[in-house]
Design a protein around this ligand. Sequence first.
Ligand code: G6P
Length: 489
Amino acid sequence: PPAPPPTRQERATGMTDRQSYDFIVVSNRLPVDRIIDPDGTARWQRSPGGLVTALEPVMRASDGAWVGWAGKADLELEPFTIDDTYLVPVPLSADEVADYYEGFSNDTLWPLYHDVIAPPTYHREWWDAYVRVNRRFAEASAAIAAEGATVWVQDYQLQLVPKMLRELRPDLVIGFFNHIPFPPYGIYAQLPWRRQIVEGLLGADVIGFQRVADAGNFTRAVRRLYGANSTKGSAVRVPVAQGEAPRTAIAKAFPISIDAAMFEEMARRPEIQARAAEIRSELGNPDTIYLGVDRLDYTKGIRHRLKAFGELLRDGRTTAGESVLVQVASPSRERVEAYMQLRDEIELTVGRINGDYATIGHTAIAYLHHGYPREEMVALYLAADVMLVTALRDGMNLVAKEYVACRHDNDGVLILSEFAGAADELKNALLVNPHDIEGLKDAMTVAAGMPQRERASRMRALRKRVRENDVARWSQAFLAELAAAKGAR
Ligand code: G6P
């Protein structure tokens, strides 16, 4: 029998010679950032990203291991422990970062899965790197998994891992969660490797998606590839080689969420509330602060939002001084051409609008090309009268949920794109089609003038939803489905 996994103490001290784990998360990025101090020493810090935030409470509770890339090319690192989690770095060469991460993941799959908002690029060398790197992740996970362990693979960068892992370790229980949309077959079918990716995913016992529509798109893709009888409800009959035992995989929606209580607790801290008041006053105490918070990504509809705000200023429906738009755009995937182009366009537009409508005393758009610590984000959410989430396509959008979780004052208005997964749940937001610039302008005006009673009743309903469906519930629901799959074996 396999050796038992190391104890907490063994792991905390790094004194482990028995390294096998019952619960393993596999994602492209490890949940830590490598910080280089001024004196040149490197240290690790927990990173604040959406996926990491979502899994942090689960990892803390389960005493598990995490397999992922440390975020820098050509870095060979030994496994290490942080906050009770055993981290196993998977190295990527500079060429693999270019071909697997920037190329196939973020210039092929990302635009394809987001309804080809930007044109996907298909390169066979990128695909080869994707296969090679996915195999490395599968092998690293297989090497540390205890007999019968549960392995939870995350997101579009690793869609081949479930099948590879099952081939290496048929004893494992394997889950996969896709954090981004799964496109309709008419779009998905463009992918030269569409069959290999579906086969890769079907290596999992449970394949989770954000929306019911995404799960539906996936099961339809399975039927197109394997025939009408290959699915029944959420159950997929997995095609197996002759002589192999038949298997069923479950494809279902599990909408991801946030640690709502943690955001609310932060938003109640006096120093964060003081910071929110300070932000308002530094912006000149305008009537309306509009806020956008996004990775600088073409799926987020930042251009549409800027256009709408610029036109409101042009039409005299508001002025700088009366309103300000704060746009936090955190740097992302900066070596991918489409992201470079987007940054140029956005910065040109911001410059034009400010040039045309700002005054010496009042800016129109406060544009911030940085990431910020969570405390500052919470202060911004509290300071904002209107939150603008205008994504053209988004798996979920956790910013919308964070805003809601922070507004314990039952105030603030959420404008939310119909094309974000969050719109399935957050029905009491002002839902918009971001392509409809007139509609977006009207919603922004309505939000700014919405009576307090209506703001409060909408926010209360939104908050109830976010509080009840938090990230703990998400992971419990997924892991319960996975446990049921294990039981059914
Ligand atoms: C999205 C993806 C994640 C990804 C994150 C940041 O939320 O679903 O898998 O980690 O964006 O992007 P990056 O390329 O910097 O990891």
